[in-house]
Structures are given as structure tokens and as C-alpha cells.
Design a protein around this ligand. Structure first.
Ligand SMILES: [Zn+2]
Ligand SMILES: [Zn+2]
Length: 115
């Protein structure tokens, strides 16, 4: 196992763990490469992926968007190479971006966070 990456762990689900609990919404989804936690990206209003990285000490994430396979290391602030992770590789294709369906406000573009 590469440091901070466990390729055997499947993703926690199809949406941001904390947003699903709180009724929030997200722009893009990211996957913790160590424990599989799915969280919302840094442009999302709640930024649960970076919060998870801080509180858990799991700094490496991978995109959970269809067609994206990059890894990011919050510790070094750089893109890194990573192994093939346990499926699924991304959220369901019929899940809207932003998501989840029915919870995204009409003015969502104004609510994104600049990073
Ligand atoms: Zn979230
Ligand atoms: Zn984690």
C-alpha cells in the first residue's frame, strides 16, 4: 500500500457523506484515497473533502467525477500519481452535476467558492 492510499477500499457511497446527512448539495465529488470517504470539492459551499483531510489525517484524494482519474495531495498541494482504486471509479452517470437531484438551488453558480 502506498502511503495514504489503500486501493482495496471502496468509496463510501454515491454522494458527499456530510451533505447527504445535512441535506446539502455539492458541485464535484472527491474520494479519500485512504478510507473511501466521498466528500464535496473545494468549490462546493461546504468543502467537506478538505475538512475530512484535515480531521482524519488522510491528505490524498482522487476525483470521483466520470472521466477524471487524478489524485491530489493536500499535504504537498500537488497532483500525484496513484494506483487503480476499487470500483466504482466515479458517481453514477445519471447523477446530476451539481448534485444531488432536487437539492441544488437555482442560483448555485453564485454560491460556488473560489479557490
Ligand atoms: Zn459536502
Ligand atoms: Zn479518509
Amino acid at each position: 500500500m502506498t502511503k495514504f492510499i489503500d486501493p482495496e477500499v471502496p468509496p463510501s457511497g454515491t454522494g458527499c457523506v456530510e451533505c447527504m446527512e445535512s441535506g446539502g448539495w455539492w458541485f464535484h465529488l472527491r474520494r479519500c484515497a485512504e478510507c473511501g470517504h466521498i466528500g464535496c470539492c473545494d468549490n462546493s459551499p461546504s468543502q467537506h473533502t478538505s475538512a475530512h483531510a484535515k480531521t482524519s489525517g488522510h491528505p490524498v484524494i482522487r476525483s470521483f467525477e466520470p472521466g477524471e482519474d487524478w489524485f491530489w495531495n493536500y499535504e504537498t498541494n500537488e497532483y500525484i500519481e496513484g494506483p487503480h482504486l476499487a470500483p466504482p471509479q466515479h458517481h453514477p452517470l445519471n447523477q446530476p452535476v451539481p448534485g444531488p437531484a432536487g437539492r441544488v438551488p437555482a442560483n448555485w453558480q453564485d454560491l460556488l467558492v473560489d479557490t
